[in-house]
Design a protein. Structure first.
Length: 300
């Protein structure tokens, strides 16, 4: 847990603070954009919450923080932890898209998402393991499929798969020693319909075997392939690709991005950064803009 003795000086006065164990994963800044900002390589509390909504957002960030760098909250913290998995605002309850919270240090604080659906729940990427969180996921129907978008976000997959007897999906291009036992390695670059409402989309580029998952022709889970730019204290803006963090091939990632324009989706749920919504038409137009920008970047 965060230590007051290590509290960063840039925090504003008040109950909540960030200490110097912060790894700058950015999760707090999109979970509670009204309260957190960044200075140098640290997040800090720029504005103490002044209503219940802002307090809940800061507490959610505190629970999600992969290294326990956020302090404050007292007895409210345990209650905040029990709110995860958290139905994501703006998504109809019947569509069952939940933020799992409990981000892991081993995935550099990547978000994990839970899709609750009659055909079997899907856990997209791995949160850090917590037995009480697993019990709450169990009450939502458990995990039928553990969908691993790419090799960077697999940490802890054994424990989650064992807990629920889940089938793991990972592209063969991203399988390594620690994931050689995944039940369903994916080959090739053709989309695969896993069910009527679930389509797997290979999008090589960030890594050789990166995958996206399209749910209900509306919700796209994108790992590190595609995200929204975040504006401090504001709503996410345009689509982005992480050109400074492309580990495999930027040209392939650009081609993968162009193929995504053929898919219908209105929501993007990335591994890093805030989820965002655009109408289908606006999403496609912004994707076309992004692909054109990517083509101007001459990265290896
Ligand atoms: S969530 Fe934690 S580690 Fe990530 S930026 Fe915020 S304080 Fe730092």
């Amino acid at each position: 847990m965060a230590k007051t003795s290590r509290r960063l000086e840039c925090n504003v006065a008040g109950d909540f603070f960030v200490d110097d164990s912060c790894i700058d994963c950015g999760a707090c800044r999109w979970l509670a954009p009204q309260s957190f900002d960044r200075e140098g390589e640290y997040a800090f509390v720029a504005h103490q919450p002044d209503d219940a909504v802002q307090t809940d957002a800061v507490l959610a960030a505190l629970v999600a923080c992969p290294v326990g760098a956020i302090g404050g909250g007292g007895r409210q913290v345990a209650e905040a932890a029990r709110r995860f998995p958290l139905l994501w605002p703006g998504v109809p309850a019947g569509h069952g898209v939940y933020a799992v919270g409990f981000h892991s240090r081993d995935t550099f604080g990547a978000a994990s998402w839970l899709i609750v659906r009659p055909g079997g729940n899907v856990l997209v990427d791995c949160p850090r393991y917590d037995g009480h969180l697993a019990d709450r996921i169990d009450r939502l129907g458990g995990v039928h499929t553990l969908f691993l978008t790419h090799r960077d976000d697999v940490a802890g997959h054994e424990r989650w798969a064992d807990r629920f007897g889940a089938e793991r999906i990972l592209h063969a291009g991203d399988v390594a020693d620690g994931t050689a036992m995944v039940e369903r390695p994916i080959h090739g670059t053709d989309p695969i319909d896993l069910a009527d409402d679930l389509r797997l989309l290979p999008v090589p580029g960030h890594t050789e075997g990166h995958l996206c998952l399209l749910y209900r022709d509306r919700y796209l889970f994108t790992g590190d392939h595609l995200a929204f730019a975040n504006v401090p204290h504001g709503q996410p803006t345009g689509l982005i690709a992480f050109d400074r963090f492309c580990w495999y091939d930027w040209r392939e990632q650009t081609a993968s991005m162009a193929r995504l324009a053929e898919q219908p989706f209105e929501w993007v749920f990335p591994g890093h950064g805030a989820p965002g919504y655009l109408s289908g038409e606006a999403m496609r137009a912004d994707l076309v803009r992004l692909v054109a920008w990517m083509a101007t970047r001459n990265l290896a």
